[in-house]
Design a protein around this ligand. Structure first.
Ligand SMILES: *Cc1c(COP(=O)(O)O)cnc(C)c1O
Length: 424
């Protein structure tokens, strides 16, 4: 399609957008009395309007039923989290029994490493990407030290090549081969938070497993953004947060995936608690732990209902729309944004560099050569919510659920204005 950098053309794209009506399902913040242009759905997704009722219902059940809410609420709390597994499994390409909702992301990664990082004298190394999300770095290092090992000698980071902004699959595969029988675990962010790169999860998973390692993925930036087929790719485990593209609200419940082959496998240890035991006998309060036959075996505590309820509300929207339709719009709106960036770049003779490779989802990371933080501040003041990462990168993620093509056009106009004012 031949794009045009005009209001009329952007509005034409909106008129033809099959997901147009979903924009109205979300609350938008306002700046100067005007709805913002929201590019940070990769950081905290907007609040779906339907979420309020899900939370209110829990509050009302608590007020009216108190402890009886566990069993007699309209959506009883004792198995509330199970309602999320089926719709979530569709989003990540898993079987329902492979998915559970619990805790928060970094906590879940720690818990999954209890199961999937058990170093021996000869097989102990971890492969990850360089400059992984900080929490993942801290998590890996502390796990390694917990096992009495030295992170320096244990964690191998795959680097980008000099002058390149992305990782090459061939370099990851070569590293896996090089580490060989010492490799215990591959853990990478499936979609990189900084440059928006989507890793070839299928190929890397197969290569890691061929070397004899477990392979897991942090899908914080992947879930609700890209097509995932965790079961088909034979991924060992994965975890994600729900508040980025999944719109569940700040700090709310995380999701995990455990490959079906490890469910009911007594050789896979876990940290356990009462919510992982069989529902039928849980309240007999027996001393033996009889695990649920699903990923729910990894549940430890009773579920934080007020954090799970907004996730259920959001999943209702994902059920309605489906990942295929979201991905179709995502590709078009990101391409339009990319086009607008190039147009403005040419008009004002600036030098943006899009550092996101072609394997991408919703996010474009733009390196602003010769522009400073003041441009970012100008955008924020004028109702464009983006985020800034050192040294000079703005990340733009036009979430297809609620961003419009007109947003992209208006953003371009503000960007141009900001650059010109900055230069003067
Ligand atoms: C957002 C993000 C996290 C956040 O972790 P929390 O435990 O939810 O605070 C972790 N890892 C990656 C890769 C992320 O992008």
């Amino acid at each position: 399609m031949q794009f045009e950098n005009t209001l009329q053309f952007a509005q034409k794209l909106d008129a033809a957008d099959k997901l147009k009506k979903y924009r109205d399902e979300f609350h938008f913040p306002k700046v100067n009395g005007k709805q913002v242009i929201y590019f940070t759905g990769n950081s905290l997704g907007l609040q779906p309007k339907r979420t309020q009722k899900f939370v209110d219902d829990v509050m009302a059940d608590w007020a009216n039923l108190a402890v009886e809410g566990h069993f007699y609420a309209e959506k009883p709390w004792w198995d509330y989290h199970e309602r999320l597994a089926a719709p979530l499994a569709k989003v990540v390409g898993a079987k329902t029994e492979e998915v559970s909702v619990m805790n928060t992301l970094s906590v879940n990664l720690h818990l999954l490493l209890v199961s999937f990082y058990r170093p021996t004298k000869t097989r102990f190394k971890i492969l990850c990407e360089e400059k992984a999300f900080p929490s993942d770095q801290y998590m890996l290092k502390s796990q390694v030290r917990f096992h009495g090992l030295d992170p320096e000698e244990t964690i191998v980071e795959v680097k980008k090549r000099a002058g390149e902004h992305h990782w090459r699959t061939e370099d990851i595969l070569a590293k896996i081969k090089e580490i060989g029988s010492e490799l215990a675990l591959v853990l990478i962010g499936g979609v990189n938070y900084y440059n928006g790169q989507v890793f070839d999860m299928k190929t890397i998973t197969a290569a890691g497993q061929k070397a004899g390692a477990f392979v897991g993925w942090d899908l914080a930036h992947g879930v609700g953004n890209i097509a995932l087929n965790l079961n088909e790719w034979n991924v060992d485990f994965a975890a994600w947060c729900s508040y980025k593209y999944m719109n569940s609200g700040p700090g709310h419940a995380s999701g995990i995936y455990v490959n079906e082959k490890y469910l009911n496998d007594p050789d896979i240890p876990r940290f356990e608690g009462w919510w992982g035991t069989k529902k039928e006998t849980r309240f007999l309060m027996k001393p033996e732990f009889e695990p649920m036959e699903t990923a729910d075996a990894w549940q430890i505590s009773n579920a934080p209902i007020l954090s799970v309820a907004p996730y259920l509300a959001s999943l209702e929207l994902f059920e309605k729309v489906g990942m295929d339709a979201l991905i179709e719009k995502r590709d078009k709106i990101v391409a339009y944004l990319e086009f607008i960036l190039h147009e403005i770049d040419a008009e004002v003779d600036s030098t943006f560099e899009i550092i996101t490779p072609k394997d991408r989802g919703c996010q474009l990371s733009v390196f602003l050569h010769g522009q400073g933080r003041s441009l970012f501040d100008f955008l924020m003041k004028n109702g464009v919510i983006t985020d800034w990462r050192e040294p000079n990168v703005i990340r733009l993620a036009p979430a297809p659920f609620y961003c419009s093509y007109e947003d992209m056009y208006q953003f371009g106009q503000l960007l141009k204005k900001g650059i010109l004012e900055n230069l003067n």
